[in-house]
Write a new protein. Structure first.
Length: 432
């Protein structure tokens, strides 16, 4: 055995006796032997003076210094024979660690990573979200920051109905919240690998998770090929960073099209990423003049079951997907998207809302949802007063429904009352 190998073996034995290279299952830390991460090589440097250590301290003191610093995900420690004999290491605190980009097989460095905090629950678990941006109440001005309305007032009206202390969340198709935050939870979206605002969410930001691309199967939206391994690889790299800090990952949200998502998950799997927590999709439901409530329920039931089947398929292949998000749902225009000029059938948004509440009750796989409350799709607020419409009151009063567990494929009529009362509510959006 060469001198270098003898020295390495001796140091490894000594380090083990001192606890510097022992497994750390009991304290929530994981050792990556021989790994060195630093700025430009898989991590960010968190010390006040880049390139300088926190100090020469014991390993436990090094870990404690990391735990006391926001954004610290781990420490790189280096050592020499002298420092080991003194029971000390040279300590460097690191953030935004990406193991696959770090240096490996180094002789005098080890990386220790903190166990991530338990992933936060879905914002508004079994509850509703608000999809709204600066162009409300008219849609089409993507990423608008106009906000010619009081967002805080709208959200307060919603929270009053949801109930004090009950979760309510919001997204705006952006990576950071506009125009301001509030007592609600904001979830950041990665619009696409390119295009949009060319912005991507920060894993160390306030968002509890990552929402994937917006309608990647639709021209004019993200419009991204699910089989593009380079683009999917960019999403995977960002998603890994969210997972490393204990946050959840939501898939891209195609408009219907489970096949698109099936292909996407296949590429994720091929790249060794199985960390998608929730599958998302959008559904603009057929709402023609003669569409019945049973037809609305049947279409939603058929679609959600296709995504449940997709979830079960990939959970059988190594994923741990926990449920579904419907991040846009509303009535499609009468006759479909190709039938211009657009119009919406009187009373159908309210009828759809009623049947969607039945879906919420009957499908516990559906973890959260956002109504698309724009224009003819079905406003949740009156734009002149910020008061909730009857549709908005119905939506927010069912934010946290009791799960029925009944006949999933048949409408249960647990929403609006029937007869003339229910019909009157469906025919008008009365301000409340």
């Amino acid at each position: 055995m060469g001198l270098c190998n003898l020295m390495a073996a001796w140091l490894a034995l000594l380090l083990g006796r001192l606890g510097l290279r022992s497994p750390s299952a009991l304290d929530g830390w994981t050792r990556h032997s021989g790994v060195n991460c630093y700025s430009g090589k898989g991590a960010t440097d968190l010390e006040a003076h880049s390139g300088h250590p926190y100090g020469t301290v014991s390993l436990e003191e090094c870990k404690a210094a990391c735990e006391s610093l926001d954004g610290c995900q781990g420490v790189v420690v280096s050592w020499s024979i002298v420092s080991v004999l003194r029971g000390k290491v040279v300590c460097y605190r690191r953030g935004s660690i990406q193991l696959d980009q770090c240096l490996d097989h180094t002789l005098v460095f080890d990386l220790w990573t903190r166990a991530p905090s338990p992933p936060p629950g879905v914002p508004g678990t079994y509850g509703c979200g608000v999809a709204i941006a600066g162009d409300w109440p008219n849609c089409g001005a993507q990423f608008s920051e106009q906000y010619a309305f009081d967002l805080g007032a709208l959200m307060r009206k919603a929270q009053n109905v949801v109930g004090a202390g009950q979760p309510l969340w919001r997204y705006d198709w952006r990576s950071t919240q506009h125009p301001t935050g509030g007592p609600w939870t904001y979830v950041a979206m990665d619009w696409c690998p390119s295009g949009g605002k060319n912005e991507h969410p920060d894993p160390n930001g306030p968002s509890p998770g990552l929402m994937g691309w917006n309608e990647p199967n639709v021209p004019g939206q993200c419009n991204q090929d699910a089989g593009d391994s380079k683009a999917v690889g960019e999403f995977v790299a960002l998603a890994r960073r969210f997972k490393q800090v204990g946050k959840f990952v939501v898939s891209p949200a195609p408009s219907l099209d489970p096949q698109w998502l099936d292909t996407f998950l296949g590429v994720c799997s091929a790249q060794g990423f199985f960390g998608v927590d929730y599958l998302a999709y959008h559904h603009y439901v057929t709402c023609n003049d003669d569409t019945s409530g049973n037809s609305l329920y049947g279409e939603m039931s058929s679609v959600i079951e296709s995504f449940i089947a997709l979830m079960n398929k990939w959970n059988g292949r190594g994923f741990g997907i926990k449920g579904l998000w419907i991040t846009e749902i509303a009535c499609a225009p009468v006759g479909g998207w190709g039938n211009l000029p657009y119009r919406w059938a009187l009373g159908k948004p309210a009828l759809l809302m009623e049947k969607f509440i039945d879906i919420q009750r009957n499908y516990p796989e559906l973890k959260t949802w956002s109504w698309f409350g724009y224009g003819g799709f079905g406003n949740l607020w009156d734009q002149s007063t910020s008061a909730l419409t009857s549709l908005g009151n119905m939506y927010f009063s069912h934010c946290h429904p009791t799960r029925a567990g009944g006949n999933r494929t048949a409408a249960t009529s647990l929403g609006l009352p029937g007869g003339l009362v229910g019909e009157a509510l469906r025919e008008a959006l009365v301000v409340v």
